[in-house]
Design a protein. Sequence first.
Length: 174
Amino acid sequence: MHELAGRTETGPGDSLTLRFLTPTRLVYSGSLTDSLDFHVLMRVLLRRLSNLAYFHCGTDLALDFRGLIAAAEAVQTVSSHLRWYDWERYSSRQDTRMKMGGFLGRVTYTGNLHPFLPLLWIGSYVHVGKGTSFGLGKYVIEAGPEAERRSESRQDKRTPGAPDGSGCDATRQS
């Protein structure tokens, strides 16, 4: 993780934007959340990474969970452009339709993000929240407020509501 920290180093007061490409379902205090305080994201991400380390590597993460969560509570949300996307799938095993909706969009944070960058980087590969085995919870990291402005200024050519962020343009004629 130390080499990841070197690749994504930032200082106090810096900001970053997370862009959620597939519906993201985060449970906090027993219910789904449609807003994303940084400490909620980090709690869910720490739980995911801890479970992956334990069940796939047979080890516990040597992290100060309480200290990280306390530090995450100091990180502020600068802007949030999240929207809920409803999606269902059919489970033949359970013979029922399963709700798999979650939020999509961008959220920008500011504060001392340095201790969280390796975790966020890994999370961008393993996804976060419920339904990760179905591809839910995929996000990318965009650096700073300039990424937010750049993202707002360009025209989004994805199919409206396309949960995969594939960039496909269903309206384009060849």
